[in-house]
Design a protein. Sequence first.
Length: 305
Amino acid sequence: MNKNILILINLTLLNFCYGQSTNLKGEIKDFTTGEPLPYATIEIFNLKTGTIADKNGIFHFEITPKNLSEDTICFSYVGYETTKMSIEDFIQSSGIIELNDMPVMLGEITVIPKKYSTIIAGIKDNEPSSPQYANLFGANKGNFIENKQKKKGWIKSVSYYIHTDGNPTTPFRVRVYDIDENKLPGKDILNKNVVVSASKPGWFAVDLSEYNIPFPGEGVFVMMEWINSGDKYYFEKDVTLKGKNGQTEIVKKKYYGQSLGTVSKKGGVVLWGNNLGKEWIPYDFNYKGQYPNAMINLEIIYEKD
């Protein structure tokens, strides 16, 4: 049975004119139960911006539209169909948006055979060389993890290395994507909202065995998604920058949430990321043949031959 989400929008318009700001506010709820739906995503790709609802399903953000009839707002929630409309239509609508369950074709049921093996795919280092920060919530950052066995397996768990910088206990969302035709992160393979929180820095494992997630032969992208958990999770770091005159200066820069540990490895680009409303980008910093890798790994189950 399909389940609907009711999005009640309280829209405050400061000014519709080009170049003027518009403040959008809303509350996202489950249509059937009336319960808030935490961490739903709202994006405006033309403006390269967006926001994520908080744990109570409430969101608000300010935009400066380029064209009310062409700028498109996308409302999405993992496991549901995305709804899109122009800002103009959104303003003129009743403010009620319903998202339907995304039909999912059930694959084969995973029955662990008596003889099976597990491997760890990805980064296994015990110490990070540097942290990977998020400038704001809504960022996705993580690795492409290759299936070196070249045969189908199942994802048992995913582990992230949480750096000591920032706020290690900030909740985050686990994301697993397949590979699209452009070799970029594509559709969600983990078709559930899995929001977790580490208790301390270091390796943090998340059990995914109940979700029957395949590990295809071409591999997967595994990401940490920083979600909106409140102002208390912002922090500042001293950053050394070089000015136009060639002189360096130390400035304070604001970041959000926890930091993901990274290491440098040979083998080409592995680390990818994006921010709300923006495209996926590769972290292709090549230093003496080594590239940054997020400290993420998967525990994979394979049936023994």
